[in-house]
Ligand binder design. Structure first.
Ligand code: HSE
Length: 336
């Protein structure tokens, strides 16, 4: 399967390492032979229509900080150039999410679809701003559009609600969908001030380059948009979310919650309205997970409430979600 990989940060590199370490069993078990024909990072690109040498690619990035030095003819092809000039079955979009115009991911995805490529995105921006129209574009061009890593990282939250709960009617859901703010709130519960907890989270590398995405609830709101569209068939985008982050949470809010045997958590919920806000959650509720964990509780008409807990971020975890999507695409292509 020929792949164009947009972005070569932590997730992109983890994915390529996974392709290398799992190459034998991916082929033996699933008939999957990933061939990355083009990749780019912020400084340049590497291209080989017959498939890049993945170990050399990782080595080049590690030693020189960019894939540009992969070959002597230094390339500076953009994602759009690659989509126009390379033959590939799948485009994998891993560039950074932004919620202003969703670029460059939006152009990568729409151009790939128009060129009849299947698309896997772990970039949340395009889905948060244009989920309904991207689904239409995929249908119109008869391509598959997969995004299981956009919510919950490696934890298959979307698949659980969509597939494991098939036939059910999910009436509401609520979840902790942002690991960074959960880490900060957990540390505040353990006695740190907001600023101390934020500095600690930054030191650990959890906080997004644009901290507002975590702290003001935008990342959680984007995930809520994706869930609402995919699970509840709502046609919503970011402006439909009533969103409050955690900057206003004070030490006394945390103490008051503790008196009520609760903890303050940033909860994204879909129950009549779509909302992200810090609220008190009983400490014995399965949803009340600590540290960087994510958790989401789905309430369904017949089977009641079920909570899924798992790591919601991380390079290799998110790479595993891309592999899931790729295997689904492989299976569907083989079926047709
Ligand atoms: N900033 C996100 C989080 C990363 O903290 O959960 C995963 O989307």
């Amino acid at each position: 399967m020929r792949i164009i990989l947009c972005g070569f940060g932590v997730v992109g590199q983890s994915l390529v390492k996974l392709f290398v370490s799992r190459s034998e069993d991916l082929y033996a078990k699933y008939g999957l032979k990933p061939r990355v024909v083009g990749v780019f990072d912020s400084r340049g690109s590497a291209v080989d229509q017959s498939g890049l040498d993945l170990e050399k690619l990782i080595d080049t990035k590690k030693k020189t900080g960019t894939v540009k030095n992969y070959s002597k003819t230094k390339n500076a092809l953009s994602g759009i150039d690659m989509i126009k000039n390379l033959d590939a079955e799948v485009l994998i979009e891993t560039t950074a999410s932004n919620y202003k115009d969703a670029e460059p991911g939006m152009s990568h995805i729409t151009n790939a679809m128009k060129h009849k490529m299947h698309v896997i995105s772990v970039n949340k921006g395009p889905l948060a701003l244009a989920f309904p129209s991207l689904m239409e574009l995929a249908t119109y061009n008869q391509v598959m559009f997969k995004f299981s890593g956009t919510v919950g990282g490696g934890t298959p939250i979307l698949d659980y609600a969509k597939n494991s709960l098939r036939g059910e009617r999910i009436t509401s859901f609520a979840g902790i969908l942002n690991g960074t703010t959960n880490y900060i709130l957990t540390n505040m519960t353990n006695g740190l001030s907001f600023d101390e907890a934020l500095q600690d989270a930054k030191k650990k590398g959890y906080v997004e380059a644009d901290e507002s995405l975590d702290l003001d609830g935008l990342d959680a709101a984007a995930k809520l948009v994706i869930l609402a569209n995919w699970i509840m068939d709502m046609k919503v985008t970011m402006p439909d979310i009533d969103c409050t982050g955690i900057r206003t949470v004070t030490t006394s809010d945390i103490k008051n919650a503790a008196k009520n045997k609760c903890a303050v958590k940033l909860i994204a919920s879909c129950n009549k309205e779509l909302k992200v806000s810090p609220i008190e959650v009983p400490i014995d509720d399965p949803l009340c997970v600590n540290g960087t964990l994510n958790a989401i509780a789905f309430t369904s008409e017949h089977s009641g409430t079920q909570t899924i807990i798992g790591r919601g971020a991380g390079g290799i975890e998110t790479a595993s979600s891309i592999l899931r999507d790729l295997l689904d695409i492989r299976k569907e292509i083989a079926r047709i």
